[in-house]
Design a protein around this ligand. Sequence first.
Ligand SMILES: Nc1ncnc2c1ncn2[C@@H]1O[C@H](COP(=O)(O)OP(=O)(O)OP(=O)(O)O)[C@@H](O)[C@H]1O
Length: 759
Amino acid sequence: MAAIQKIKIAARLRPRLEGELDDDSLEVVHPSNASGGSSSFSGGSFIKVANPRDPTQIFKFPFTSCYDEDSTQEEIFRNDVEPLIDIVYSGVTVTIFAYGVTSSGKTHTMQGTKSQPGIIPRVVRAMFEKKDALHQFQTSLDVSYMEIYKDEVYDLLVARENAPKLPVRENEHGMVFVANLSKFPITGVEEFDTLYNAATKHRSVGATNLNRASSRSHAVLTIEATMLDPIANTVLTGKINLVDLAGSENNKLTGNDPSRMAESAAINKSLSVLGQVVHALNRGDSRIPYRNSKLTRILQDALGGSSVGLLICNLAPGIKFRQDTLNTLNFAVRTKNIENRPVVNERDNRPAAKPHFAAVSIQPPAARPAPAIIQPISTAGSSSGPSRARPSLVPVSRSQRISSIGGGNHYQPFGLPSIPAGRRPSGLPEKIQESEGDRSGSLGFGMSEKEIDERISKAVEAAVEAEVTRRLAERERQRAEEEERRRAAEAESREEQVTRSRSPSKEPSLPSGVLTPLLKRHKDLDDELKTRLQELERKYERGEKEMQLADVLSPVSRKKTGRAYVALARAHSEKGDLQVALDLYRKAETYVPDNIKLKERWILFVIHVFLLKLSYSRKKSDVRLLSFPFHNPIIEIEWAVKNDKEYVPTPKPPKKRKSKKRSKSALGQENPDPDDAMDVDGKRQSHLNSAAQFGTEVTNIESPTKTKRSFADTEDRGNALQTPLKRQKRSALTTPAIDSDDEMALPPLSKKDKRPVVS
Ligand SMILES: Nc1ncnc2c1ncn2[C@@H]1O[C@H](COP(=O)(O)OP(=O)(O)OP(=O)(O)O)[C@@H](O)[C@H]1O
């Protein structure tokens, strides 16, 4: 297991700016404070914040380094940053990032001013100083600088107008990099300053209420040190990423205009993803959402990866920032649990031995090339308990070896190992060499190079020939087997056919002549079935279309269409086109399937039509309405109109006898006997009762204030036969209309319609 390095956290409180109120909402407490010491960053210090909701409650955030408002750039650099330079020169990637709310002093800490240079210029100077001390290496430094603005990556070292959006990619080893990002070699501090000052002007900066020069992007400056060991012919590559994050913003405080708002949204989103990544790493999630923003993708190696990390939390004083301060501190608390597994990036430049596999025939096999290593090489005793850090996914090719840092505790903040003597620069962690294959490049078998080559060619030819022959033979065998199987199957099926034709049929044969009418009947049925099916399909398609149309309409349009269909249905029912009316009600229902009242009315209407049809069919041979099975004047009028007869009202039955059973059976009866209906008053009455009862039920569920136009109603109005027949017919057949106060309802009945029944 590689040694685990937790991200180190440093908190820095900036001094109050002009116009900011003096309050003690935030305080940096050092253990030496009590004893009157002056140390501003010794261990054991913490940040003290009062709970905004309950000021009596105090939160304490202990960090290894806590810097108060009097701390200097020099202090921070010497204490927390300088030790990391040696780690960079050991071939490890180091990432320092400044995090905090807008105007909390991130840029001041990272970049600083001419009079108070920040971490970046100090790191560069220190890098050059160290480089000059590394006599045994041929060291070169390169710089690259990018910004992530609105989740797009731009090269800050090229003129802004020429800077395209750069893609973030992953190499074959799973390492994330920014494609086409320029990298400039730097030979001295002045050269760097010139480049950096020019690049800084390209960075997106804007004025907000809180900061006159607020960074609108995240900036990542990388100094890469390449150290060639000319004797060992190996190359060490160390990097330091200096990240000045844009600050989280509260748009109420910043007073951002729309363009600033868009920037702010991008900043806040990427910072939120950063928070999610930190949270996920803390929980030990299997999926870390690095890919959710460019910022986290680029910082992936620093967060749970193979680099050493330092997070500087910048804090702004004052109640105004208290909530943001708490957020920053909470973020810091989570981040300090993130475990990285730093690895040394070393590339072996020595030429690899040729894989002289042909030599197998004449000598024991040469050592095989070392396979790529996905995990850092383990260091005994370097693991400290169960780890939640992701294993580094940086694989190492044969010529690139990675060693983990572990063991001793040379650098206090990161617990790095002590420096071994030798050609290594002072303070560099020890590499663990993996076993190498035979690197001599010479077989030394007493054969000339030419002879070996010839042998190789022969061996290869022979091997290829043998392989080709083997494969051809194999294919031939498979083909023969397949052919055999096919023939056997064919023979089997032929045999089966012959057996079947020879053996007498088990089914008894029908006498001639019987089959033909049966077949004919079967065909007729078949045709009928087909016609019915087609009809059904047509109906279904029509319904489908209606449903599809209903699906795309807005609820209001659906309601309107449904209402229109109801109106049409009503018009048709008035005309007596009951079938059409039925269809239209059905359509209306497609548009307003949830309208229960429409459903109820529709059911009543269907029953009504059914009863009507039933009565007509019964009356075909009878001219007298008295023989009508139900005491239903509407139907009687219908019948009279349709048959051009005079309407004679049926005398009221002497007494209503309730018989649930009969009534049920009457409704369910498919072929009622007309004579029964004629002779037995009770039976007729039961039909009537059932209908009336049904109508009453529906009426009961409606509001008593509503106009009730149930089936029972219809009957009452139908009783008003003394009115002209036409109106009676209309009022009777409009029965299934919907309540007037229903959304789908038609206009309420006129007063005339409602007038009392005249008997
Ligand atoms: N330690 C400090 N000493 C003196 N002045 C400071 C310090 N820290 C910050 N400032 C001042 O506070 C102001 C805001 O600082 P800075 O621009 O660095 O904030 P920031 O966090 O980078 O803001 P943003 O996220 O908006 O870019 C600047 O005027 C800066 O000079």
